[in-house]
Design a protein around this ligand. Structure first.
Ligand code: ZN
Ligand code: MN
Length: 474
């Protein structure tokens, strides 16, 4: 039996306005090579100037991960050659990163949790992009110099499930902090996974393979599963030493397999040395004070929702999974509706209707959805009618809830007079059934309720109908 050892390195693109060491814009999707200047083109003599905003965002993340923040850290040159790296080195941090040891807690569905160590987070600049078109390759340097925060975990995860929970939690924290859009398709949140196995009970770490540059939770999970199986099979077939090396592998989603890309360099291969163009990064007490004031994080929000809105732990984790959803829910609760109903109408009714559309693009505001719920709670409309109201509002988002209820004629009749005259008519038309009921056939009661609901075209308040019927029949 084997144990799986996983460690993750996540590159988060910080959403600063300008690049890490120059004032070029970081906007995505521009004409190739338009967001460039002598510094990010690596022209001789151009000097880097550190963007403070990136440092502030690093402090925020460090605070969220309860990390030690280093008052003084160093920028190093990481030397390697690649066409999309005009300097011939990346500016990164090596021995002393800005963010030191911290932790992140993951929660399992059964309610248990586990704390994963976060080794460090360091600032570095991104490379450009090589674009391959048939026989020629192009280089776009718009991305070169964009600020990245690389977050490195301890090898604490023991399954692909744990790795995905860690990634989703980190993704959510980054979004709550607002330090990155963490858009995975655009590569603003991408992940390298270090995978190794060992016989259960063994303490030593065996050879790890690194699967590089993945940006989909689904593919990361599949890549880990494939790679774990490959290593286990090699071990069982007695060819572990021949087939498992320290190397960089790529995951191919079309074939669902990992393939060797290159032998993994050791740190020594990069000839790291302090960048002589940059002073040590010093974090002052004022900066610490200011940027360690971070917004409410998913775990705190969850606890507040459970306590204040009396919703279940599980429901709270569903509505706090994304910051947009959590804010939407919080907004709904301002209308003083029941937490449980708010959860259902948000996560089942509204989300079910939005399908692929994410909540931040919902045509219906939180306030309107809450008003719909409120109208059920005060018996103005039935739950069934509320669904009609919601359907109508999605098509006509500019309409007001009250007006829609009126327009669709869905208001429940709770007015005693109107209901009583309907009931009297029904009882008069069914004297035989009234007699049966009075002789003990209690099942007939449901018949009278049904007839009244029908006569009111579904708008009668059923509780009210029952109550009035009982009075009339007693
Ligand atoms: Zn530039
Ligand atoms: Mn990196």
């Amino acid at each position: 039996m084997f144990e799986v050892i996983l460690g993750l390195e996540v590159h988060v693109q910080l959403n600063t306005n300008s690049k890490l060491f120059c004032s070029c814009a970081t906007s995505f999707g521009e004409e190739p090579n338009t967001n460039v200047c002598p510094t990010c083109l690596g022209l001789p003599g151009a000097l880097p100037v550190l963007n403070k905003e990136a440092v502030h965002k690093a402090i925020m993340l460090g605070t969220a991960l309860k990390s030690q923040i280093n008052k003084k850290s160093i920028f190093n040159r990481k030397n390697y050659f690649y066409p999309d790296l005009p300097n011939g080195y990346q500016i990164s941090q090596f021995e002393v990163p800005v963010v030191g040891l911290g932790e992140l807690t993951i929660d399992f569905e059964d309610g248990s949790s586990k704390t994963i160590g976060v080794t460090r987070a360091h600032l570095e600049n991104d490379a450009g992009k090589n674009i391959h078109a048939g026989d020629v390759s192009h280089v776009d340097l718009n991305r070169a110099g964009t600020p990245l925060l690389e977050i490195v975990s301890e090898p604490d995860m023991r399954s692909s499930e744990e790795a995905i929970l860690y990634l989703k939690k980190l993704h959510s924290i980054v979004r709550y902090l607002g330090i990155s859009d963490a858009n995975m398709q655009e590569g603003s949140f991408r992940c390298d996974v270090n995978v190794s196995i060992r016989p259960k009970g063994d303490e030593k770490l065996y050879t790890r393979c690194e699967i590089k540059n993945m940006n989909s939770f689904k593919f990361i999970e599949k890549a880990i599963k494939y790679e774990v199986n490959r290593q286990i099979e090699a071990w069982e077939d007695g060819v572990y030493e021949d087939e498992v090396f320290q190397e960089t592998r790529l995951y191919d989603p079309d074939k669902d397999e990992t393939r060797s890309m290159r032998g993994k360099e050791d740190a020594a291969d990069y000839r790291y040395f302090p960048d002589p163009d940059l002073l040590p990064l010093v974090i002052t007490d004022e900066m610490m004070e200011k940027y360690s004031q971070i917004p409410e994080l998913p775990d705190e929000k969850k606890e507040r929702f459970v306590n204040d809105y009396k919703i279940k732990e599980y429901d709270a984790s569903v509505v706090t999974a994304s910051v947009e959803m959590a804010n939407f829910f919080d907004e709904m609760m301002k209308e003083e509706i029941t937490g449980k109903n708010a959860v259902t109408w948000l996560t089942v009714e509204l989300q079910g209707r939005l399908k692929e559309t994410s909540i931040e693009n919902s045509p219906i505001t939180a306030k309107k959805l809450a008003e719909v719920v409120k109208n059920i709670e005060n018996s103005t409309i039935s739950g069934k009618a509320a669904k009609e109201v919601l359907d109508f509002l999605i098509e006509n988002p500019e309409e007001e809830v009250e007006a829609v209820i009126e327009k669709l004629g869905l208001k429940q009749v709770s007015d005693d007079g109107a209901l009583l005259s309907m009931i009297d008519e029904i009882l008069a038309a069914n004297e035989d059934k009234v007699a049966e009921y009075k002789s003990g056939k209690e099942k007939m009661f449901a018949f009278f309720v049904g007839q009244t609901m029908k006569a009111s075209k579904g708008t009668a308040n059923p509780q009210k109908v029952s109550q009035l019927l009982k009075e009339r029949l007693s």
